[in-house]
Design a protein around this ligand. Structure first.
Ligand code: CTP
Length: 400
């Protein structure tokens, strides 16, 4: 289950750090590639030499390597990881993680990580039971992290209670179980189009639209986190794709997006068409900047752009799945259903730009999914990342 997986093992300063050595051994034996990141206090409990010998990689603790001056990039590490496991997690690190206090490499890496994060607390019983620790753990749970509850037993203080770090075998099991269920798209290749397109008027001007790309990027990330290899064909946006299984192809015009999509689709199992593609391109593109003083008021003539979703619908093989979006101001269900059939989509995601919190430029969306049988599922207004999960759940269900 863990063969070839990239795991960041975060170690904090607690007595249970000795058990992290064994956990590291278990990960390596299971075939994972492990990068240890240790807090300064962690090094008081366990030596980096032991950890680097077992992991085969230098242990990271500081932002800079003193003798070479090289910089350890928490951002690159965050992208490299398939999972981050913090064991033991002390009350102090848990507090920093919950509140974004990025004063060491471990917490900074946590804040940059896109992968699932597992936290195995270890501390004295009173520290664990303290409302401040419990509140921080609750916050971390709400952020979507996995808390591996400590066990009860004799603690380093010789007091007996809840606070012992879970045994390494059980931490390994929790991570393996997550991968067993969480990687339901492993082996699949998925293409996503996202963002707006730009149609050039002259060398400095274009026709565009307000699409932020957030919905498409959220879908690409959801697919990648669940194990798929993703080709993200993106128009110009200000956000970045943040997962090592996402390969971004940047395009500008609808024609370029069409060409990239038509060439990638045959190698894919599914495509999700999220881009807000300009319907028209400029026919009389001016090779020189249009001048206000000298030129007549310009007339921009338009020609139709190719319909990318329809082109893929026409070339779709048996077993390939094609998903489209419909942004409708009026007659939503009727218009979306018409598009679903015209473009040979398997299902369409309807959203409305009129509704507060839905459509372009927001972090949230409210969608209705309509399939070829006319069945529709309505969803609540939610974060685009959770909307992406709903859409991909439906996609997965239809692929089975
Ligand atoms: N789409 C596409 N290529 C286009 C236009 C649209 O791939 N040239 C895709 C969109 O990504 C979306 C779906 O088709 O998945 C519907 O897009 P929409 O703009 O709602 O539909 P249009 O076909 O452009 O219809 P209209 O503008 O008349 O609503």
């Amino acid at each position: 289950m863990l063969a070839g997986k990239h795991i960041i093992l975060g170690i904090c300063g607690g007595i249970a750090a000795y058990k992290s050595v064994y956990l590291l051994r278990l990960f390596v034996k299971a075939g994972a590639e492990v990068q240890v990141v240790i807090t300064p206090a962690g090094k008081e409990f366990i030596t980096p030499v032991t950890l680097s010998s077992l992991s085969g990689k230098p242990v990271i603790s500081e932002f800079f390597t003193a003798n070479t001056g090289s910089w350890n990039s928490h951002v690159d590490l965050g992208l490299w990881a398939d999972a981050m496991v913090i064991a033991p997690a002390t009350a102090s690190t848990i507090g920093k993680m919950a509140n974004g206090i990025a004063d060491n490499m471990l917490v900074t890496t946590y804040l940059s990580a896109k992968a699932p994060v597992f936290i195995a607390p270890a501390m004295d019983l009173d520290m664990f039971a303290h409302p401040s620790t419990q509140r921080n753990l609750q916050l971390l749970r709400e952020y979507g992290n996995h808390i591996i509850e400590p066990a009860s037993g004799e603690l380093a203080s010789h007091l007996v209670g809840k606070g012992r770090m879970e045994e390494p075998e059980n931490i390994l099991k929790a991570v393996e179980e997550f991968f067993a269920q969480g990687q339901d798209l492993a082996g699949l290749k998925i293409m996503v189009t996202a963002g707006p397109t730009r149609e050039k008027i002259d060398p400095v001007r274009y026709i565009g639209n307000y699409s932020s790309g957030k919905m498409g990027y959220a879908i690409a990330e959801e697919c990648a986190v669940r194990g798929a290899e993703v080709t993200l064909i993106s128009g110009p946006v200000s956000i970045k794709a943040r997962h090592h299984r996402i390969n971004v192809v940047y395009v500008e015009s609808a024609q370029e997006m069409h060409d990239a999509a038509v060439s990638a689709f045959p190698g894919c199992d599914a495509a999700v068409m999220c881009a807000a593609v300009a319907d028209y391109a400029v026919e009389n593109y001016a090779a020189h900047k249009i001048k206000r003083e000298h030129d007549e008021v310009p007339v921009i003539r338009l020609r139709k752009n190719p319909d990318i979703a329809a082109a893929l619908g026409a070339m779709k093989r048996k077993g390939q799945l094609l998903v489209g979006f419909a942004l409708e101001t009026d007659n939503g269900v009727a218009n979306a259903t018409e598009k679903l059939h015209r473009k040979h989509l398997d299902f369409i995601v309807l959203n409305s730009p009129n509704e507060p919190g839905a459509g372009f430029m927001t972090d949230t969306n409210r969608v209705t999914i309509i399939d070829r049988d006319g069945a529709s599922r309505e969803y609540e207004l939610k974060d685009k990342r959770l909307v992406a999960r709903d859409i991909i759940d439906v996609m997965k269900e239809m692929m089975e």
